[in-house]
Design a protein around this ligand. Structure first.
Ligand code: NAD
Length: 477
């Protein structure tokens, strides 16, 4: 068992001012795999103070220096790719092949993509009577969940460093290990002390203090809508910028003339990936009522290819959920779906005896779901798909938008042009057309209760910038 004793503050490993700790539990077997410090309010003061002290000099560095350091960190991550992968498999149960490619290599590549963006900060817009420049926001608190812990960190860290911000990071309680490894990597780079600070700890204990701190300029939060609201409330009295990436219940419209085999396969695979713990998962599949039987048959066949297994084995594509708590939450939703009268096509609440020690849930599909059922309205965050029949496209669009969320959506039509017509009617921050996949160049973020602000790409960088107007007196030299 790995025992991390210290927090990373002001360029040094330091003991927490308190003596609390957190156990990291491997959800595949329920065993404790690591122990980390649980930061307290004094640690928050030290970390925020260090970030404040480091901010001015860091933001005044040439953009080329910031870009070079981002690449230096990415190089360090590449050389510790195996450690980062193992940390994610052990703490959240993601199958090793998915963890290595999607969660770790994807994050390293994404971090590199922010290096050239540092130069965006040098651009100025010249007008006859004013010049518009961009400056770094300041001290940023970055709070993340456990489902894609490294990618989510990189999606905040990359643009924050590129813009010239200094940072205090707080990972989820369940998944602090990749952040601790990243701190070890950063300790070996030329990033100035205090620009990156890491507090492992409990959100309900130190979150409010981080989000309300007078020296913090911005909070970027990814997590549940409930905690996102608390973050915004804590940040409001000091008028901080708050970027919220929250939950989803994303619709996926398959039109009557779509290639049904390809479309249904895409939808089932999308939901099963990462055991359904993906905020933008397309968990409501809207299908023409007359094709429901055909859709059910394809969906069942594809789901059978996703069988639970040991996440350490290369052939496993469906690992456990991230914790027993999450497993119980998902099982309770499955029971609710059954009780509300949805048709259980496959999966359910049972798993083979050999997996009973882990937080496993079988790939589960409900059909003939009505959009007002709990399982169609609330985010389940597990390998559970709802198939919802519709009468015509207008009805499909109405059902798609009948949700408090607006994070993602998708359309599979006969062709791209037809898909774009439907996409233009969907109230969500992203729409995946004809089987497209997530990429880190496209802006990502929610409408409605799925959040505020955007991550990734240039839009993601802009979140970490302030706009300043330099007004010119035409007669002055
Ligand atoms: P969570 O909200 O419980 O926790 C997320 C983070 O917030 C953790 O680090 C936690 O410690 C911290 N936190 C909790 N209470 C806090 C408070 N009062 N103040 C400050 N920080 C606090 O969410 P979770 O269960 O870890 O993650 C699952 C949720 O995250 C799902 O709802 C999912 O949709 C969402 N999510 C959204 C996105 C996105 O980009 N939109 C991405 C991934 C996950």
């Amino acid at each position: 068992m790995k025992n991390y004793q210290q927090l990373y503050i002001d360029g040094r490993w330091v003991n927490s001012a308190g003596n609390g700790h957190l156990d990291v539990v491997n959800p595949a077997n329920g065993e404790i795999c690591a122990r980390v410090p649980s930061a307290n309010l004094q640690d928050v003061e030290l970390a925020v103070g260090a970030a404040k002290k480091a901010f001015a000099a860091w933001s005044e560095n040439p953009s080329s220096t910031r870009a070079a350091i981002i690449n230096e960190i990415a190089d360090g991550m590449q050389s510790r790719k195996d450690d980062l992968t193992q940390a994610i498999v052990a703490s959240m149960g993601c199958p090793i092949s998915v963890a290595a490619d999607l969660q770790v290599q994807g994050a390293i590549d994404a971090l590199r993509s922010f290096a050239p963006m540092a130069a965006e900060m040098d651009k100025q817009q010249e007008h006859t009577n004013h010049i518009v420049v961009s400056e770094a926001v300041g001290v940023c608190v970055l709070i993340n969940p456990w489902n894609y812990p490294l990618s989510q960190l990189v999606g905040k860290l990359g643009p924050a460093l590129a813009a010239g911000c200094s940072i205090v990071v707080k990972p989820a309680e369940q998944t602090p290990l990749q952040d601790l490894i990243l701190a070890e990597i950063i300790d070996g780079t030329s990033l100035p002390a205090g620009v990156f600070n890491l507090l492992t700890g409990v959100g309900s204990e130190i979150g409010e203090s981080l989000c309300s701190h007078a020296l913090v300029d911005m909070v970027s939060f990814t997590g549940s809508t409930l905690a996102g609201i608390k973050v915004a409330q804590a940040a409001a009295p000091t008028v901080k910028r708050v970027c919220q990436e929250l939950g989803g219940k994303s619709p996926y419209i398959i039109t009557p003339d779509a290639d049904l085999d390809a479309a249904v396969r895409y939808g089932v695979e999308d939901v099963m990936l990462n055991s359904g713990q993906t905020c933008c998962a397309l968990t409501r599949m809207l299908v023409p009522a007359e094709k429901l039987a055909e859709v059910e048959s394809i969906a069942k066949t594809v789901a059978a290819e996703w069988q639970i297994g040991d996440p350490m084995l290369a052939e496993t594509n469906l690992g456990p959920l991230s914790s027993q708590l999450q497993q119980q939450r998902v099982l309770s939703y499955i029971n609710t779906g059954i009780a509300e009268g949805a048709k259980l096509l496959c999966g359910g609440t049972q798993v083979p005896e050999e997996f009973s020690k882990g937080a496993y849930v079988a790939p589960t599909i409900f059909s003939n779901v009505s959009n007002d059922m709990t399982i169609a309205q609330e985010e389940i965050f597990g390998p559970v798909l709802c198939i919802i029949p519709y009468q015509d496209i207008a009805h499909a669009i109405e059902l798609a938008n009948d949700t408090p969320f607006g994070l993602s959506s998708a359309v599979y039509a006969e062709n791209r042009a037809e898909a774009i017509k439907v996409a233009s009617k969907l109230r969500a921050g992203q729409c995946y057309l004809q089987g497209a996949y997530f990429n880190t160049d496209s802006p990502f973020g929610g409408y409605k209760q799925s959040g505020n602000g955007r991550e990734w790409g240039l839009e993601g960088l802009k979140e970490y910038t302030e706009t300043k107007a330099l007004l010119i007196d035409a007669d002055a030299s």
